[in-house]
Write a protein of this length. Sequence first.
Length: 257
Amino acid sequence: MTPRCLTIAGSDSGGGAGIQADLKAFAAAGVHGSTAIVALTAQSTVGVDAVFELPPAFVRAQLDAVWNDIGADAAKTGMLFSRAIVDAVADWLEAHPVPLVVDPVMVASSGARLLEEDAVEALVSRIFPLATVVTPNVLEARAISACDNLSQAQLAEKLVELGAPAALVTGGHAEEPVDHLFDGTQHYEIPFVRHDVAATHGAGCTHSATLAALLARGLPLLDAARGAAEAASRAVEQGLVEIGKGDGPVDVLGLRR
């Protein structure tokens, strides 16, 4: 049976990040993707011009429709935007437990805020404990933990202290190209190749979506984390620098082949 993976996130009208990136990553990993869209963004490679939040009841309707017909072998959350959405998604996930990757998307690469300030505490208290793993980048991990001077390993430990069963602090914004996984017991460093390509839009979404897809395929967490790092690095290497006037979208599918 084809593995099934669900993304609960926002839509990027430019096609580079959000659920559009997730669906491409799912397809590249050989997994059928379904979606529950929590917000629409008017977005391009140069920024986010507007955000339209969908009613929590409609988010729940999407989740129920997918679950009752298709099901899911794993899921991921991305942009959740508001406390009302966080609470609605948490309520649903509590009743429908699956392997879950939580990508705490807080700020777009353009600087636009994608998680309202009053939603951060709810994300940590309600969604983190339901996760298999949380996958913030270094900047997000620092913001969530309120610690600016910790190493990736220490940040991962801090996130587990806050309730996440495991934490993978990605290294795209770190000094060294290394992701750091703490599974609650053991620490693992996952090096990747950093490419100097002006097309990184959607790299974080691609990473977390690939991780969720590989969990849906039944891989252990460490192996899935290694596969996600490799896929995100390759997607940047193949990035579509010619698309848009800003930082181009990553390309996990190898569209130039």
